[in-house]
Design a protein around this ligand. Structure first.
Ligand code: M6R
Length: 616
């Protein structure tokens, strides 16, 4: 959360910074700000509460000159979202400006010490403490900004991606990384800096990902230099070529990124499967698994750590791996796992599941498991992000940039990768026979076409249905087996973008308490596809109906039984049971989307949320 942008070159920095902030706005949108060293050698900072548009409005008549600058879009951690707490922050003398993504754990101790030296603070942020500390070190040690940053990072405990500029040196940006991402784009005589590659791709596809402990010295017109902040020794600068296109970052005619991303799923899943499932359905290739075959064959336990939607995908992964590989799987919230002193045995495999690859809790959970001897495997979307860089092996889901804060195509990509993994490991172990592999693998290849089919038959219907339920205050989502996590995911989608309270529940658990909530005003969305507990789910629907509840049922095409008892029915095509969450996810995403639109919500940037949760 929070997005950082930086630029140094020949162009007007402001334009690049603001465009970059728009690209990174999904990381946080409480406030934004820019700092530029102007043509008149002034250090100008403009910042504003709210979206980047508010900043643009505020800055419109100001001096926007300068070819060096840094910028920030904020998801508030320390101090309420207001103009004062917005980044960038000045140092005491007004000489330095800093932007920061992360949290400084020892900021109050540092603040106290600096206050004792006469430093005063205008904001409540930890970032202002950091920039004051850097200036204090420069002044007391009479050293360069680079030396002061190296020293400051030794004193700071916490997570950070920093970018700093010095009014007295309009030819340099210093950037430092510890547990929060930073990417440097290399152009022709210019450099770009950002929290991820999305603000960079329109200028260059050559990037350098900073590692934890790196400090980059970005000098105008000179070679990029990266140092180890502890030893100040020079590190190797490894240039990576981005595999991303600018079209992937645009809405492409859709009113929201979320809708675009929902409708992209036939394509993104085809990309996810491409080269991995053979045309005859007889072979699955995932090099990250195959290269570590013996680890997967020998392991006695798999732990999957994740948060939010990824955690729901992990629950489906558990079903898949346990059913087809007969390996016990534990699914943990990363935030709980990291502080629980968990039992991790040599030989355990920990899978870190994360769209962004930057979620702080998931990263910390994997580091903990790694330190205790687990083999760590990442399933991520963002290439080059922190989790894939910290794991022993992994698989990308390859669904392209997901910009909408609500995860949609990443969820189906994660489930698809987990399904492929379960089939592959099962085949290697001999727990999946050839016929099963061929059936499921062939069905995996059918998924993109079947999703298109769901759009054709149901999109308009769901849009209409959404009108009926827009003003409900509560929703229940019920499902069983593979689709219990689908119910959790459907409820989360509705909650996060429409702000309607919703609970996901295993359908049979309802009678142990939740059923008390059911009345005419409490709609239930029930996933009642033809699976091994279909009849039981039908009973659960009857229990809801008997208490006057309204039921929207997601059923298998051709179902006539549920159609007679439910108030509304949405059909999805038949497929292998283990893949049904890939199809049931689609109507759930659309229902949440249309309800949120009807309520006039900001679907892509719901309140209080950020796409990539890089703080605890
Ligand atoms: O990037 P990650 O998959 O690690 O993110 C995990 C959650 O923050 C994320 O899934 C969140 O719950 C989404 N807003 C859900 O739509």
């Amino acid at each position: 959360m929070c997005g950082i942008v930086g630029y140094i070159g020949q162009r007007r920095a402001y334009d690049i910074l603001v465009q970059g902030l728009h690209r990174l706005e999904y990381r946080g949108y409480d406030s934004s700000g820019v700092a530029m060293i102007s043509d008149a050698a002034e250090l100008n900072i403009y910042k504003s509460k709210g979206k980047v548009e508010a900043l643009e409005h505020f800055a419109a008549n100001k001096d926007l000159s300068g070819t060096i600058g840094i910028a920030h879009t904020r998801w508030a951690t320390h101090g309420e979202p207001n103009d004062t707490n917005a980044h960038p922050h000045f140092s005491q003398s007004g000489r330095l400006a800093m932007v920061h993504n992360g949290t400084i754990e020892n900021y109050s101790v540092l603040k106290k010490a600096l206050s004792a030296h006469g430093y005063t603070f205008v904001s409540q942020t930890d970032t202002e403490v950091a920039v004051q500390l850097v200036e204090y070190i420069m002044d007391t040690n009479h050293c360069s900004l680079f030396d002061a940053m190296c020293e400051a990072t030794k004193r700071i405990v916490g997570a950070y991606a920093f970018a700093v500029i010095d009014r007295q040196n309009p030819n340099q940006i210093i950037a430092a990384r510890q547990s929060s991402p930073l990417v440097i784009g290399i152009g022709e005589g210019e450099y770009f800096l950002a929290s991820d590659a999305t603000p960079i791709i329109e200028y260059t596809n050559k990037v350098v990902y900073l590692d934890d402990g790196d400090i980059a010295v970005i000098d105008r017109g000179a070679e990029l230099k990266v140092f180890d902040s502890k030893t100040t020794s020079k590190s190797r600068v490894e240039i990576t070529e981005l595999q991303m296109s600018i079209e992937q970052l645009e809405k492409g005619g859709y009113p929201h990124f979320m809708l675009k991303e929902i409708f992209e799923q036939p394509k993104t899943l085809a990309d996810c499967i491409s080269g991995r499932v053979s045309a005859d359905g007889k072979k699955i290739t995932l090099s990250g698994v195959i290269e570590h075959r013996s680890k997967f064959l020998k392991t006695k336990r798999i732990i999957i750590v994740a948060c939010g939607t990824s955690w729901h995908a992990a629950l489906i992964g558990k079903h898949l791996i346990e059913e087809y590989c007969r390996i016990p799987v534990v699914v943990e919230y990363a935030s709980e796992f990291r502080y629980a002193n968990p039992v991790v045995n040599q030989g355990d495999i920990l899978i870190a599941l994360s769209q962004s690859g930057e979620t702080a809790d998931t990263l910390a959970a994997l580091e903990l498991a790694k330190s205790r001897g687990a083999f760590v495997f990442g399933i991520c979307n963002v290439i080059g992000s922190s989790i894939p860089r910290a794991t022993h092996s992994g698989c990308y889901i390859h669904v392209g940039p997901e910009i909408g804060v609500a995860s949609t195509k990443a969820f189906t990509g994660q489930v698809t990768v987990l399904a492929m993994m379960a089939m592959l490991i099962g085949q290697m172990k001999g727990t999946v026979d050839d016929a099963t592999l061929e059936r499921v693998a062939t069905d995996i290849r059918r998924v993109p076409t079947l999703i298109k089919d769901i759009f054709t038959k149901n999109d308009k219907k769901i849009e209409e249905l959404a009108k009926i339920f827009t003003y409900a205050h509560n929703f229940l989502y019920l499902g069983r087996g593979y689709n219990y996590p689908s119910a959790l995911e459907g409820a989360l989608k509705l909650k996060e973008i429409s702000y309607i309270h919703a609970e996901g529940y295993p359908a049979a658990e309802m009678k142990h308490g939740t059923i008390a909530l059911i009345d005419n005003d409490m709609p239930s969305v029930v996933i009642a596809i033809k699976d091994n507990v279909y009849e039981k789910t039908v009973n659960n629907i009857q229990q809801v109906k008997a208490r006057g509840g309204k039921v929207v049922a997601i059923v298998t095409e051709g179902d006539t039984i549920v159609a007679q008892m439910a108030d509304y029915v949405i059909e999805v095509p038949e497929i292998s049971e283990c893949l049904t969450p890939l199809l049931t996810a689609i109507p759930l995403q659309l229902l949440a989307y249309y309800i949120a639109v009807n309520k006039g919500r900001n679907v892509d940037q719901p309140r209080n949320l950020a796409k990539s949760v890089t703080v605890e």
